[in-house]
Design a protein around this ligand. Sequence first.
Ligand SMILES: [Zn+2]
Length: 153
Amino acid sequence: MISKRKFLKNLSFSFFAVFLLPYKFLHSASKKIFNSDLTIEQKDIMFNEGTEKPYSSPLNFEKRKGFYHCANCDAKLFSSTAKFDSGTGWPSFTDSLPGAFKTKIDYSFGMRRIEYHCANCGVHHGHVFDDGPGSSGKRFCNNGLCLIFKPET
Ligand SMILES: [Zn+2]
């Protein structure tokens, strides 16, 4: 007969195996650090799906022509022509460049949101909503710390 203690031990192991191992696997397998200069804040957002403080990014005020790249792998993600002032405090875009991102449904904080991450390196960038002002109807709400702006020369 299985003792209560052993049963609990098995139960906690099953929980670990069924829920935590695949989670860890999924979240560690696809993301890799390409930029060794990333700060702790950048890593927290990109690898732990954190969020920077609203109105904290200098990119909120960026109005020059150019492209926004992934701060980790340098992939080109947004054109300046898609940028708009959403008033939310985060750099916002009506559309991404084709194939720039992959998405998943995020149920954290009791909300259902669409999370998006760099298709090339897998790091988190932000959430996309269906209330954008452009023809796509999308609003990409991006953490400024995940982006590097390269002005057109
Ligand atoms: Zn990337």
